[in-house]
Design a protein around this ligand. Structure first.
Ligand code: NAD
Ligand code: MG
Length: 403
């Protein structure tokens, strides 16, 4: 009989978190939820506690945790409610947990995800920002502690599926060693694929968050609209597959049916296709190397009929070029790019800056800060903090310009 997998879901109330619980609920004998976490959404977390009976429920926010603890007590649930950043790390590294879904959004997910790596867990990585900001440190910890890293991002999950089973990222030239010539990373192009540069000046957060193919959290929705998401994914692919920037090509594919492709030296190209539903990559990683039911509608190619491909437009979406530039610069550059983007996205969502100011702010922050080497987590955290200070300073100046 198969042993039961014990899970911690970091960010269980979000888009990826709830999709993960949806898959888990379809396989009650296979998975057991040990811990669920969120920032401050105690109402959703309470509903999840009722349904999944975790041992721990963690909120970052103390007030939200107090409210949850009270409701848990009234309902007579055997759930221990914890709060704060240290508790997130604790539940990511519990001895009884074998698998951690890392689905917190942004840099806030770094420490708990690294805690899971240090504890040698199987990490299902949705939180791409953690890998972008701390690539080398993260990958070194995974290797040192024998953790397993499985990509949840649909593109990277597709690439993982299309690479040879014995693919190793530990060669000096991993792609060549496996006969791979190129990784083709598909992009939907987001909600503004056909929006002109002059129209982009006036787009609103609501328009930016209305993605044509995927239902996602607000931060990644804005990242998709600027295409910085694809830039973060290029950096993510670099670390996951030990692929140089030149071997990662972005291809805009508006239908989001082909989730990415691997091109081999013999001319073969292997792709993974499916309806755009994150339960597919989540289930693949949860059950790897097995396949399980997800509830996703089967792909009907005749209904899709057409698959289009176009080149990405670096003029309208300069964020993608900035990410390639940061990857090539190495060291702290991707950390700075990620931090500046997080500050810019919050400012855009709060209607402090216009859409096109997002890549401009990132560019200015990158230009302001020298690239330094990354050897330790402290190097990452200080580059992240430094970039946020500069980004906020520039933001104050630019907000005055834009108001
Ligand atoms: P979301 O905003 O829907 O959910 C984020 C989750 O993280 C929530 O549970 C929230 O409570 C928690 N959280 C937010 N800030 C926190 C903090 N400071 N401390 C602790 N917890 C915090 O986001 P999402 O769309 O589910 O995305 C999660 C991650 O997965 C992101 O890194 C995103 O890039 C990645 N991802 C998402 C999708 C998707 O389809 N949604 C696809 C690929 C990758
Ligand atoms: Mg993706």
């Amino acid at each position: 009989m198969k042993s039961i997998s014990h899970l911690t879901i970091l960010g269980s109330t979000g888009s990826i978190g709830t999709s993960t619980l949806d898959v888990v609920a379809r396989h009650p004998g296979r998975y057991r939820i040990v811990a669920l976490t969120a920032q401050c959404q105690d109402n959703i977390l309470f509903e999840q506690c009722l349904r999944f009976a975790p041992r721990y429920a963690v909120l970052l926010d103390e007030g939200a945790a107090m409210r949850l603890a009270q409701r848990v007590a009234v309902a007579g649930l055997d759930v221990e409610v914890l709060w704060g950043a240290a508790a997130l790390e604790r539940v990511a590294s519990l001895p009884q947990v074998d698998t951690v879904m890392a689905a917190i959004v942004g840099a806030a997910g770094l420490r708990p995800t690294l805690a899971a790596a240090r504890a040698g867990k199987k990490i299902l990585l949705a939180n791409k920002e953690a890998l972008v900001m701390a690539g080398r440190v993260f990958m070194d910890l995974v290797q040192k502690h024998g953790a397993t890293l499985l990509p949840i991002d649909s593109e990277h999950n597709a690439i993982f599926q299309a690479l040879p089973h014995d693919y190793s990222r530990h060669h000096t030239d991993s792609l060549t060693a496996s006969g791979v010539s190129k990784i083709l990373l598909t992009a939907s192009g987001g909600p503004f694929l056909n929006t002109t540069l002059s129209e982009l000046k006036h787009v609103t957060p609501e328009q930016a968050c209305a993605h044509p193919n995927w239902i996602m959290g607000r931060k990644i929705s804005v990242d998709s609209a600027t295409m910085i998401n694809k830039g973060l994914e290029v950096i993510e692919a670099h670390w996951l597959f030990n692929a140089p920037a030149d071997a990662i090509q972005v291809v805009v594919h508006p239908q989001s049916i082909i989730h990415s492709l691997v091109q081999y030296v013999d001319g073969s190209v292997l792709a993974q296709l499916g309806n755009p539903d994150m339960r597919i990559p989540i289930a693949y990683a949860l059950a790897y190397p097995e396949r399980i039911e997800t509830g996703v509608e089967p792909l009907d190619l005749l209904k899709i009929a057409t698959l289009d491909f176009v080149a990405s437009d670096f003029m309208r979406f300069p964020g993608l070029a900035l990410a390639y530039q940061a990857l090539r610069a190495g060291g702290t550059a991707p950390t700075v790019l990620n931090a500046a983007n997080e500050v810019a996205v919050v400012a855009f969502l709060n209607k402090q800056i216009p859409f096109l100011a997002i890549p401009r702010l990132i560019e200015d922050v990158l230009a302001d800060l020298p690239v330094t080497t990354v050897n330790t987590l402290e190097d990452v955290l200080s580059a992240d903090a430094g970039a946020r200070v500069v980004a906020n300073e520039l933001l104050i100046k630019s907000t005055i310009c834009f108001s």
